[in-house]
Design a protein around this ligand. Structure first.
Ligand code: FES
Length: 160
């Protein structure tokens, strides 16, 4: 994470430990994840022990410790989506991208994350792509979605 951006996020919050969660949320929104060096900088900046920064960051499922892809797929595995075959969507994503949940494709384009509910149960199964909800998903729709992104990003060359 760029030092300047981190400095901006910490600006006005130095020595204010009660700002810890907000700071971590801002960092994740800006950077996509929270790295160890960033946690050390937050610890120093807010005057919070590093162990406490790590404890808070690891307590909330919303925080990530690894980078995500430029196209972050979030697949809902909650009950309502599960009964509508969300497992098939996961199988499609794994097969098409060659990665497991929590991983990023070698080109950095895609990542897969799983969640237990995205609050849109009635229109599931749900796949979220960079924050945009795709409802009533099927493996075929997901395949086309991933293919269209790949084509756009590689200029039509799937081996690029
Ligand atoms: S279970 Fe998938 S959106 Fe609620």
């Amino acid at each position: 994470m760029a030092t300047v951006k981190l400095r901006q996020i910490l600006e006005g919050r130095r020595s204010r430990p009660q700002q810890l969660i907000e700071v971590l949320l801002d960092i994740q929104e800006s950077n996509g994840y929270i790295s160890r060096p960033v946690m050390e900088a937050v610890s120093e900046g807010l005057g919070v022990p590093l162990i406490e920064v790590f404890r808070v960051a690891s307590f909330y499922k919303a925080f990530r410790f690894k980078p995500i892809g430029r196209y972050a797929l979030t697949l809902c595995m909650g009950t309502a989506c599960h009964v509508r075959s969300s497992r098939l969507l996961l199988d499609q994503a794994i097969q098409q991208l060659g990665i497991e949940p929590g991983e990023v494709t070698p080109d950095g384009l895609f990542s897969i994350e799983l969640v237990n509910c995205l609050g849109a149960c009635a229109i599931g199964p749900i796949v979220k792509l960079n924050g945009v909800i795709h409802h009533h998903m099927t493996p075929g729709k997901l395949r086309k979605l991933i293919d269209s992104i790949r084509q756009r990003e590689t200029g039509g060359n799937p081996n690029a």
